[in-house]
Structure formats: structure tokens, C-alpha cells
Design a protein around this ligand. Sequence first.
Ligand SMILES: [Zn+2]
Length: 188
Amino acid sequence: MPMFAKLKKYFFIPVILIVFVGGGYFFVKSPEQPSLTEVPCAFCNATILANQKFYEDELVLALISHRPIFPGHCLIIPKRHAERFEMLTNEEMTQIGLVIKKVHQAAMQEYQSASYLLLQKNGREAGQTVPHVHFHYIPKQAHDASVLVFFIKMYWSQIKKPLSNFQMQTQCKKMQAAMHTDCADETL
Ligand SMILES: [Zn+2]
């Protein structure tokens, strides 16, 4: 068997090691870490919101992720500081659902996505790092169904350079332009 074919055959071994060992390094936190309530809240930080926010209503904000797994990766959060999903009011839950639909419409238009993931973590053991409820909206392109590619991209998003303020503000303008319909419209 030619050398290249042999290398190709065993290429999956280092990839799996990188994903699982690397994933363990990033996502398994040591018990000495402070509890989430002691961590400063990035989503109540005015500077972060100024660079990443592209939507705001009475109850909900939508932000561009500074470490996108795929282009168009957004975060939908309650305006009020609440650490976990079960701490949301019924009104906040309803409005977050409506804003997710609205973000989805805008992302499909701006990033030509075909599918999307919603990801929401509650508690350190579930991988939550920011002590403020947030839904990740992660768009996927057509024919991009590989779970392995998703995990590699998720791993890579944690080690590559985050988006610059200019890049995030550019994406905010694109999403703002696409979110022109009334969010309270339940026919969305
Ligand atoms: Zn907060």
C-alpha cells in the first residue's frame, strides 16, 4: 500500500485524539474553579454588548458570538441577568422563542444556511461558562452534516483568535438589516 494511502487510512486516530483529549481539556473544569455565580458576567458588560449586540427589545438581546463555530453563530439572551433557564419568567421564555425564530430568518438570508442547532447549557457540569442564560444559534450549510467536522470546528473555535470588534460590528450590521420584521408577529 503506498505511503499516502496508509497515512490516510490512519488519519482518523490523531483526529479523534485531538477532539476527545482536547475537548476534555477545554470542557472538563477542575473542582477548584469558582462557582458560576462568582464569575463576572460577560453578558452584563456594556463594552461586550456594544460590540456584539444586533437586536434588542424589552426582554431579549441577540448577539454575534465572538468565537463562532460556523459563520452566523449567534447568542440569544434575556436582558435581565438570570443564571439558568429555570430562572426565566414565562414572558422571557416566550420572547426568547420568538427572537430565535427571527434570528433564524435573518441568518438564513445572510449566511444561506440550511439547518441550525440550538444549544443551551445550565450549570458548570453541563459546560456553562458564562453565568447568564444564553441560547447558541449555530447555522449549518447544506450538505454539512458531518458530526466529526462539527466537533473539530467547535474545538477549533476555542483555540483560534476570536473575531475582532470590527468583524463583529460588520456582522451586526448585516444581521440588523435582515431583522426588519416585527418580532412579536407570531406568524414568523
Ligand atoms: Zn448577566
